[in-house]
Design a protein around this ligand. Structure first.
Ligand code: PAF
Length: 286
């Protein structure tokens, strides 16, 4: 795997691949890689001829009181994982390279960026869309792979790509969970043993809602009530939001149909975790 630290080097390397007629799959990350990231790289490898990845802890998507300074960093281990999975090019730029002094341009998906996580993390999605747009310009991928775990991020990136005509296919990959159901996240590393146990309540709350919906309940208010009640069982977990939304525009729904996105965010100690689930009708066998 070749590590490219500069924009020019990465752009040149990816262009050379494309000139060979190769379809490039891109996996953007902030490092601290886990099995969820591995699944993205594998999905990219399965449908593309070459895989490019990036590791960049993007300061623009962290609020002033958030965890930028202590965000887990494990560059050498991350490189080993990417190499093992056959990644050809890794882009690992510096902050100065990505945001030279005087940078003044933002990419914002109006109307969506202040929903779900955007409400509790003002400016977060504007930081994400700005960096992802820049990374797409550097790598110029044919397809880019994102985890369904960040469902709001995924919807917002899809909208940005549509609105700005990026010639890139956005591929969503399923959430990868620990054996007990906890969604994999780089931030799980912040949890102590007791918090790690408490954190499962997020997934449990989603499963409660799913069961009720599968039993025929369609009123969002009732479903959300049950999800919130489950979270409240875990006294030391503080709910941020529990919502059921349309996965395309992130608007809340009142009557929950097939495909509805149930999304939860909660603080376990100081660690903010998110999880979600898409409600699906069982497919009747012919
Ligand atoms: O999902 C992430 O890890 C980040 O938000 C992303 C897409 C790499 C942008 O910094």
């Amino acid at each position: 795997m070749k590590i490219c630290n500069s924009i020019e080097e990465m752009r040149g390397a990816c262009r050379a691949l494309r000139h060979e007629g190769k379809r490039i799959g891109f996996v953007p990350t902030m490092g601290a890689l886990h099995e969820g990231h591995r699944s993205l790289v594998r999905a990219a490898g399965d449908s593309c001829d070459a895989v490019a990845a990036s590791i960049f802890v993007n300061p623009l998507q962290f609020g002033p009181k958030e965890d930028l300074g202590k965000y887990p960093r494990s560059f050498d281990r991350d490189c080993a994982l990417l190499e093992e999975e056959g990644v050809e090019f890794l882009f690992a730029p510096t902050v100065e390279d990505m945001y030279p002094a005087g940078s003044a341009t933002w990419v914002t998906v109006e109307g969506m960026s202040d929903k779900l996580d955007g409400r509790s993390r003002p400016g977060h999605f504007r930081g994400v869309t700005t960096v992802v747009a820049k990374l797409f310009h550097v790598v110029e991928p044919d397809a880019a792979f994102f985890g369904q775990k960040d469902a709001a991020q995924l919807a917002i990136i899809r909208r940005m790509v549509r609105d700005l005509n990026f010639p890139v296919e956005i591929v969503a990959c399923p959430i990868v969970r620990e054996a007990d159901g906890l969604a994999m996240s780089s931030r799980n590393a912040y949890l102590d043993t007791a918090q790690r146990k408490q954190a499962i309540v997020l997934y449990r709350s989603l499963l409660r809602v799913k069961k009720l919906w599968e039993g025929g309940e369609r009123r969002a208010e009732e479903l959300i009530g049950v999800g919130k009640a489950e979270i409240a069982q875990e006294k030391s977990v503080r709910l941020d939001y529990f919502e059921i939304v349309d996965p395309e525009n992130l608007d809340p729904v009142s009557n929950v149909r097939d495909g509805g996105l149930v999304a939860v965010a909660a603080f376990v100690g100081a660690t903010r975790l998110i999880d979600n689930l898409v409600l699906k009708e069982a497919v009747a066998l012919a």
